[in-house]
Design a binder for this molecule. Structure first.
Ligand code: AMP
Ligand code: ZN
Length: 469
């Protein structure tokens, strides 16, 4: 299995630090609002990487943080007149709902920055002791980049160039030794949450969070560190400097970065205002469609979001779900108990090639676009060979093969029951009550709402009957 490593700019054979185990850290979102579908891309992509590693038999320890203290969270809290913690815990809960709807597995651990302050104090202390960090007069602690000669190795930037580039944009009032030095600890401003430290009452910088959480939950040396490509510099570069200076070991073996999700070829971002939240998309589409859309491209390529591509993803997914549904129907109609004939065993073996294609695609730096093509070829094969008259054993084997490959991509082949029977009954009762009160507008609205979900109402003399379209 090969992984493209940002550190070496090449695809490398994957060899874990410890046999059979994968230690993986994925930078998570800053939680001050609903996540947008750009933030969803690393979640879906790296959840798929995790699923494939698990399919390959690795025991994956997957850690992904929530940044729950930050300027934007504090700003939002001030606007609403509530605590920063109230904002972050609200949006963590909402983010977890979105993740579940996108079939993103919960991480082994989802650490929160505010719960890890002790570890950060310790690492900063250690960096100061070793000469890698220094405190300035106002109580800020900076990392001394000059002391870490490998600074720039991930982003392939040269320290001198970086410093020259920074010189023109010097922020007045800062007391750093070099322009590239970055904050490990900063003193509080009025009204901000803070923690006590030997340097000032304040809070940690963003980069130190991830170094500390990765160390605590995974160890000094990890296998895969991942995030969106905007994190390569400075965030991941700074993480490497902090962790390697403090621990004296190589931090992460493989650095993986997803490309941007764009709109009109511009990065989707909160600051540009060109974003859709995952929640907004869920009003129009099942989030399985969003997931399928994301996986239709290679994770390192930029991906342009458009209605056409979402519609294409929707019909592609429908083809898979329909094939699985047909197999179920055929199984229930098939002669029970009959096992595969020799001829059928040969037919089944004829589909091995698609599993091989799928694995070859995923082994090549998680090429999900080609893996999806292999699934479509399998669907075509199943539609041709899984017909009435075949044994339930063969049909079941086809079904299991299709659903297990889809499961690696986090795609569920079983058609979702869009609405539960009880909810339908409750809406019908509400419609009857509305009609009684001559509120026909509401009654019609409920009928239309149910129709949207594929539920057809029929008013009969015996009462209202309904069926699924
Ligand atoms: P943030 O909350 O901005 O720190 O972002 C959380 C994660 O989402 C990081 O891994 C970012 O790199 C990633 N991300 C943010 N915007 C996009 C985008 N438009 N496309 C792909 N990844 C993104
Ligand atoms: Zn991080």
């Amino acid at each position: 299995m090969k992984i493209y490593n940002t550190l070496t700019k090449q695809k490398e054979e994957f060899v874990p630090v410890e046999e059979g185990k994968v230690k993986m850290y994925v930078c998570g979102p800053t939680v001050y609002n609903y996540i947008h579908i750009g933030n969803a891309r690393p979640m879906i992509v790296f959840d798929t990487v995790r699923r494939y590693l698990e399919y390959k038999g690795y025991d994956v320890n997957y850690v992904s943080n929530f940044t729950d203290v930050d300027d934007k969270i504090i700003k939002k809290a001030m606007e609403e007149g509530v605590s920063a913690q109230e904002i972050s815990s609200r949006y963590i809960a909402e983010c977890k709902k979105d993740m579940a709807a996108m079939n993103v597995k919960p991480a082994t651990t989802h650490p929160l920055a505010t719960q890890e302050i002790d570890g950060m104090l310790q690492m900063i202390e250690e960096l100061i002791e070793k000469g890698y960090a220094y405190r300035v007069e106002d109580g800020t602690v900076y990392f001394r980049t000059r002391k870490f000669p490998e600074y720039g190795k991930l982003s392939h930037k040269n320290l001198e160039d970086l410093q020259a580039g920074h010189r023109d944009i010097k922020v007045t009032g800062e007391q750093k030794e070099e322009e590239t030095d970055f904050v490990l600890w900063k003193p509080k401003k009025e009204g901000e949450p803070y923690w006590d430290s030997p340097w000032s009452q304040g809070r940690s910088g963003w980069h130190i969070e991830c170094s500390v959480m990765a160390k605590k939950y995974l160890g000094d040396e990890i296998d895969i560190h991942a995030g969106g490509e905007d994190l390569i510099f400075p965030h991941h570069e700074n993480e490497i400097a902090q962790s390697e200076a403090a621990n004296g070991k190589h931090f992460a073996k493989y650095w993986m970065h997803n490309g941007f999700l764009n709109i009109d070829n511009k990065k989707m971002s909160k600051s540009l205002g060109n974003f859709f939240t995952v929640r907004e998309i869920s009003e129009k589409y099942d989030l399985q469609v969003l997931r399928f859309f994301m996986l239709s491209a290679h994770y390192r390529s930029p991906l342009n979001f458009s209605a056409e591509l979402m519609e294409a993803a929707k019909s592609g997914l429908e083809r898979i779900v329909t094939a699985a549904e047909n197999l179920k129907h055929l199984m229930s109609a098939a002669q029970a108990g009959r096992s595969m004939t020799e001829e059928e065993a040969a037919i089944f073996a004829g589909s091995d090639v698609y599993v091989d294609k799928f694995e070859a695609a995923m082994d090549d730096d998680f090429n999900t676009a080609d893996a999806v093509s292999a699934i479509f070829e399998l669907v075509k094969y199943i539609n041709t060979h899984g017909d009435a008259g075949k044994s339930p054993e063969l049909l079941q084997k086809f079904y299991d093969r299709l659903s297990s490959l889809c499961d690696i991509l986090g795609i569920i082949v079983e058609r979702k029951q869009e609405i539960l029977d009880d909810d339908i009954e409750a809406l019908i009762a509400e419609r009857q009550a509305a009609r009684k009160e001559k509120n026909f507008a509401r009654a019609d609205e409920i009928r239309a709402q149910l129709l949207d979900m594929g539920i057809i109402l029929e008013d009969t003399r015996e009462g209202v009957k309904w069926k699924r379209a």
